[in-house]
Design a protein around this ligand. Structure first.
Ligand SMILES: Cc1cc2nc3c(=O)[nH]c(=O)nc-3n(C[C@H](O)[C@H](O)[C@H](O)COP(=O)(O)O)c2cc1C
Length: 403
């Protein structure tokens, strides 16, 4: 239950409860793919990245993302949940805990959209053109068979167990942004006529099965679900779907919901807002054909929306009214005023991505009264940086010659 102080606007620096966790404040570092795991091996840079965020005062940081299965990766250099990576991630969770923060891991599967070859065409809810993989010889996404669905559920459960072994306090299940579970939830991409599609209940069936089995497997960890308020694509899931999903997730014992939106493969900047960093994306793209396609089609296909502070707050409030579990506001929180407004609106927690990439010490600096706002300008160059070999970073550091 959200405590009453939250409803009336709690201090964002006050401790809070999130399922089994007691967090030191209300500020969570949201999942931002780090690109710090060459060949899928968590590097020391990844440990330092999260240690710095923890030292900077966040209550919980999120490692992003760990693919539950080798077929669930969008990048070669993404971590896959295995006993080997579990051992390596133990050093990261220990480092974060030593700084007094909790640590979550986002678990995901990309389903229909990947450009990685190796195990045949990607599979999702229904057959479709895979624009993302076309230049890499993967022009199609095939429909998952019942046996594929069982593999996916088992992979999430196994990954959640490994997250527990690695010392994570929480897992965040990725049900949004057009990843596999979101593809099942969306009427635009799930055109199945069997029990795993059709009605809203059918579309929710696979994601809820994953949630139920993960919840049962890790009763002592917090389970968060990142979902879409809206897909932002024609015929996609909308706010009504999100409210129904939030209620179902609460019934399945999820501890908190992180509402976002958009489909990474179709409207990547719906979930970010601000500038579309097309020149940086072209520079970071290793594949010549894909680079050429980006140069030619990027400006027409990659659309951005203007950045506003707390850009999902209005729709996300529908969830605070629909469920009792904490709702974590994500999207465009960059200032003390934004944090306070979110608390006053009934959000129990706030997750910050770019604001913290630009200013990892933002929380302690705000607490000391040194700053009121992150220096992030929503230039979104960090998105391209996450894809190149150096890993995610704020380009303002490059300009200033900093770290
Ligand atoms: C570089 C970068 C990488 C991201 N990677 C992920 C990811 O792996 N998983 C995810 O759910 N969201 C990802 N996001 C989205 C963020 O978690 C967050 O929803 C979004 O940035 C809006 O929050 P903000 O305005 O505080 O940045 C990413 C965002 C950025 C900037």
């Amino acid at each position: 239950m959200v405590d009453e102080r939250v409803r009336t606007g709690v201090d964002p620096f006050a401790p809070g409860e999130l399922g089994p966790l007691r967090l030191r404040n209300r500020i969570i570092k949201s999942a931002t793919f780090e690109g710090m795991s060459p060949g899928g091996e968590p590097a020391q840079a990844l440990v330092e990245h999260h240690r710095r965020l923890a030292r900077g005062g966040v209550a919980m940081t999120t490692v992003a993302y760990v693919a539950v299965d080798v077929r669930g990766r969008t990048f070669e250099d993404q971590i896959v949940a295995t006993p080997h990576t579990t051992k390596a991630l133990r050093g990261l969770t220990d480092a974060v805990h030593r700084e007094g923060a909790a640590v979550s891991v986002q678990l995901a599967h990309c389903g229909a959209f990947t450009k990685l070859r190796g195990s045949g065409m990607p599979r999702g809810p229904s057959i479709a053109f895979n624009a993302y993989g076309a230049a890499h010889g993967l022009p199609l996404c095939l429909s998952m068979r019942p046996a594929d669905l069982a593999v996916v559920v088992d992979a999430f459960v196994r990954a959640a167990g490994l997250a527990r072994e690695a010392g994570f306090d929480a897992v965040e299940l990725h049900l949004g942004h057009g990843y596999l579970l979101s593809q099942f939830l969306s009427p635009a991409t799930n055109r199945r006529t069997d029990a795993w599609g059709g009605s809203r209940a059918g579309r929710m069936r696979l994601p809820l099965e994953v949630v139920r089995r993960v919840r049962a497997a890790i009763p002592d960890l917090a389970v968060l679900a990142k979902i879409n308020l809206a897909d932002g694509i024609e015929g996609g899931a909308d706010l009504e779907d999100a409210v129904a999903l939030a209620r179902a997730l609460q019934d399945e014992g999820v501890d908190a919901i992180v509402p976002s939106g958009g489909f990474t493969s179709k409207n990547a900047f719906y979930l970010l807002r601000g500038r579309a960093p097309i020149p940086e994306m072209i520079a970071a793209e290793p594949h010549p054909l894909q680079r050429w396609a980006l140069r030619l089609l990027g400006p027409r296909v990659i659309r951005s929306l203007p950045f506003e502070e707390r850009f999902f707050a209005k729709d996300a409030r529908a969830l605070t009214r629909a469920v009792e579990i904490p709702i974590v506001l994500v999207g465009g929180v960059v200032s003390r005023a934004g944090l306070q407004a979110a608390m006053a609106e009934g959000f129990a927690y706030v997750a910050m991505g770019r604001g913290l990439l630009a200013d990892p010490e933002l929380v302690v600096r705000m607490q000391r009264g040194e700053v009121e706002r992150s220096r992030c300008t929503a230039c979104n160059a960090c998105v391209a940086a996450a894809m190149d070999r150096g890993g995610v970073r704020c380009v303002l550091d490059d300009a200033e010659g900093g770290a």
